[in-house]
Design a protein around this ligand. Structure first.
Ligand code: SAH
Length: 214
C-alpha cells in the first residue's frame, strides 16, 4: 500500500463506531460484541477492505474483523462501511504481531491472508505473515476445525510460505499456482491487489491449510 498520509485519517479512525478502539479489552468478548454466536473470520492486512466488505455482505451469518496497521488505508474501509453499515463487520488498527492479545484461544474460526507484504530480505523473514512465528500465533487463536487461506502473486513469498507450513507441521488442504485457471476459482472473491496483479497477467497462488491439532 502507498504510505500516503491521508489527512485526518487518525481522527476518523478514533471516532468510528466500526473501529474497535481498545482491542485488547475485547479478548474473549468478541461474540458479545457481535451479539450472536456466529463464526468469526478475520483478514490480517486487509488494506482498503474490498475483500472483507464483500464477504461480510455475502455472508450475514459470519462475523468479520479486518486487521490493518496503516490508518491511511483503513480509513478507506471505514468510508465504505459507513455507507454499508454491515452489522457483522468491524475493524482493528493494529500490528498483527500482537494478535494473541486481542483474541482468546479458539476465538477465531478462520483467517484470511491476502497479498501480505513480502519482506524480501532474509533477515526480515520473521515479519512475513506466513512465517512459523506467525503460524504459532494463529494456532493459539484458531478454533478447532479452523484454518487459513493465503493468496499472493509473489512466488518467492509463496514458496517460503509452503515451506513454513510444513515446518510448523500444519496440513495443506489444497495448493494452486494459478488460482484463476483452476477449479478453485469458483466462488473466489477478488481482493484489490488480486485484481490489480491478475490484470497485469500475474498468476495468483493460493494455499488453504490448517493446524495439525491432535
Ligand atoms: N489484503 C489487501 C491488501 C494487501 S497489501 C489486498 O489483497 O488487496 C498488504 C496490507 O497488509 C497492507 O495494507 C499493510 O499495511 C498490511 N499489513 C502488512 N503487514 C501487517 C501487519 N504485520 N499487521 C497489520 N497489517 C499489516
Amino acid at each position: 500500500m502507498r504510505l500516503r498520509n491521508v489527512k485526518g485519517s487518525r481522527e476518523t479512525i478514533a471516532v468510528s463506531q466500526f473501529v474497535i478502539q481498545d482491542e485488547e479489552s475485547m479478548k474473549g468478548k468478541w461474540r458479545e460484541k457481535f451479539g450472536n454466536d456466529n463464526p468469526i473470520h478475520i483478514e490480517i492486512g486487509m488494506g482498503k477492505g474490498k475483500f472483507i466488505i464483500q464477504l461480510a455482505k455475502e455472508n450475514p451469518n459470519i462475523n468479520y474483523i479486518g486487521v490493518e496497521k496503516f490508518s491511511s488505508v483503513l480509513v478507506r474501509a471505514i468510508e465504505k462501511q459507513t455507507e454499508e453499515q454491515l452489522p457483522n463487520l468491524f475493524f482493528i488498527r493494529m500490528e498483527a504481531e500482537y494478535i494473541g492479545n486481542v483474541f482468546d484461544k479458539g476465538e477465531v474460526d478462520y483467517i484470511y491472508l491476502n497479498f501480505s507484504d513480502p519482506w524480501p530480505k532474509d533477515r526480515h523473514a520473521k515479519r512475513r505473515l506466513t512465517s512459523v512465528q506467525f503460524l504459532e500465533r494463529y494456532e493459539e487463536i484458531l478454533a478447532e476445525g479452523g484454518g487459513i487461506t493465503f493468496k499472493t502473486d509473489n512466488r518467492p513469498l509463496f514458496d517460503f510460505s509452503l515451506e513454513q507450513i510444513d515446518e510448523a507441521g500444519w496440513i495443506k488442504d489444497n495448493v494452486t499456482f494459478d488460482l484463476h485457471n483452476s477449479p478453485y476459482v469458483e466462488g473466489n472473491v477478488m481482493t484489490e491487489y488480486e485484481q490489480k496483479f491478475s490484470e497485469m497477467g500475474n498468476p495468483i497462488y493460493r494455499v488453504v491449510f490448517h493446524p495439525n491439532k491432535k
